[in-house]
Design a protein around this ligand. Structure first.
Ligand SMILES: Cc1cc2nc3c(=O)[nH]c(=O)nc-3n(C[C@H](O)[C@H](O)[C@H](O)COP(=O)(O)OP(=O)(O)OC[C@H]3O[C@@H](n4cnc5c(N)ncnc54)[C@H](O)[C@@H]3O)c2cc1C
Length: 425
């Protein structure tokens, strides 16, 4: 049995590692020169940065397991106990208490909320736990919060930022069911599940690169700079056209981003319904802004929110991974900035940082990375295609495929593992 994986992002590489671990011959084709897809290293002025600033959480059990499998005993992350700090407006920090007391305590001692709001937040968590974080009928997160008497400040400082961070979809459009899945497995689970994990290395070095080494060491093949142009089923498997050459495989895992997947399914009639689902997906943007200052910046914490800026979160890369004077800022799910002049946006964020934290050293360079289709828009009752398709031996992997989670690294990794489970079965 030979398996081809199209796409060397987190989904594709997770599938490759698990197949290689089972001694199943696997070949990964990745179109880009480096692995990692949307969570990959980009090099700017000799600095190893990321395509987008990423937060992982302790609940990413499969991602963390695979990282440990391919690159054991390294200090992968700066691990912070659940902390939400919106400068001068709101702060919440979980103490070292066993679950669920850590969350109850964090909510009841949060700064920036009235006593009534704190109790309402704790009550909301209790009510969701009582119903096992399950909703019979999906609705928007905004509707769920209103139904549960969550006041405006509470929504603005706690639930809306959490929803944007997890689903990259504003509460007015976001799926309450998926939001509750995330709450169940983070705030609603053991204490470590809600820890924030900030990678101490770039996102290609974190998993895809050691994953490729692992696969090669077990006889697998990982080809970067190899675009799959067409997939055609034949009597006993599939023919892949890769840079003009035909390659044959028994099974195929298509692990490309959804807006690239539809074209690859075009020659397989049985996949027309899956293709339709993929084409119906809407997308949300994320802007990542890198600001390199000529000197040390001291933010109050490695990750801090801003209330009056287009940038929702700032990351102090010196505190996280020793990159002196480098700040990463993120603007999630905001159409408003798509097409905005990058210089103006970067300057605006730099000014907001100075206004909040005092004078800054001169700005040496900046870079804005705008991902218009960073993630699918995670709306209520969204139909997502399954890993196992109507075409025998052809599987779909990726953060957009059916599953409990929104478009995240963990969703991508789990989707890759779901394909391997089906192939092995
Ligand atoms: C800016 C940004 C910030 C984010 N922040 C977070 C976060 O904080 N936390 C979090 O968990 N998630 C975050 N995400 C989401 C996360 O990055 C994605 O969910 C995850 O990386 C998706 O992985 P994937 O393997 O499904 O797809 P992708 O990463 O898109 O990988 C698909 C791969 O397929 C390759 N490919 C495409 N077409 C072909 C072809 N024809 N032949 C060969 N190869 C092909 C692509 O080059 C790519 O490498 C963020 C995403 C972005 C863009």
């Amino acid at each position: 049995m030979t398996v081809a994986i199209i796409g060397g992002g987190y989904a594709g590489m997770a599938a490759a590692v698990e197949l290689a671990a089972r001694d199943i011959p696997v070949t990964v084709f990745e179109a880009a020169p480096s692995l990692g897809g949307r969570a990959r290293r980009v090099t700017i002025n000799d600095n190893a940065l990321d395509n987008g600033l990423h937060i992982l959480i302790g609940a990413y059990s499969e991602t963390l397991r695979l990282i440990e499998k391919v690159a054991p005993a390294r200090e992968h992350f700066l691990r912070l106990p659940l902390t939400l700090n919106i400068h001068k407006r709101f702060s919440l920090r979980a103490p070292k208490l066993p679950a669920p007391l850590h969350v109850a305590w964090a909510l009841l001692t949060a700064q920036g909320l009235s006593t009534v709001d704190k109790r309402a937040a704790a009550h909301f968590m209790q009510a969701m736990k009582k119903r096992s974080y399950h909703l019979e009928h999906d609705c928007t997160v905004a509707a769920l919060l209103t139904e549960n008497s969550q006041a405006l400040d509470l929504i603005d400082y706690l639930w809306a930022p959490l929803c944007i961070a997890a689903l990259n979809t504003p509460i007015q459009r976001a799926s309450a069911k998926v939001f509750l899945n995330v709450l169940r497995d983070s705030l609603g689970a053991g204490r470590a599940a809600s820890d924030l994990l900030l990678a101490r290395m770039d996102l290609t070095a974190l998993f895809p690169k050691p994953a490729a080494d692992y696969v090669r060491a077990r006889g697998g093949v990982v080809e970067a700079g190899a675009t799959v142009e067409r997939v055609t089923p034949d009597s006993n498997g599939f023919s892949l056209q890769v840079q003009g050459h035909q390659r044959r495989f028994d099974q195929v895992v298509c692990a490309v981003a959804p807006h690239r997947a539809a074209d690859l399914l075009a020659d397989i009639p049985a996949l027309a319904p899956a293709r339709q689902q993929i084409e119906a997906l809407q997308y949300e943007p994320i802007h990542s802004i890198w600001l390199q200052f000529d000197g040390r910046i001291n933010l109050p914490s490695p990750m801090i929110g801003l209330a009056d800026s287009p940038a929702q979160w700032l990351f102090d890369r010196e505190a996280i991974c020793g990159q002196r004077g480098l700040i990463g800022a993120v603007i999630s799910a905001s159409e408003e900035h798509v097409g905005e002049a990058q210089d103006a946006l970067a300057q605006r964020v730099a000014t907001d940082i100075a206004n909040n934290f005092g004078p800054l050293p001169p700005l040496k360079w900046h870079r804005v990375i705008a991902e218009k289709r960073a993630t699918f828009s995670c709306t209520p009752n969204l139909a997502r295609p399954a890993a196992v398709t109507a075409c025998k031996n052809f599987y779909l992997a990726g953060d957009y495929t059916a599953g409990d989670y929104p478009a995240t690294i963990e969703a991508a990794v789990r989707s890759g593992l779901a394909c391997v489970a089906a192939i092995s079965a």
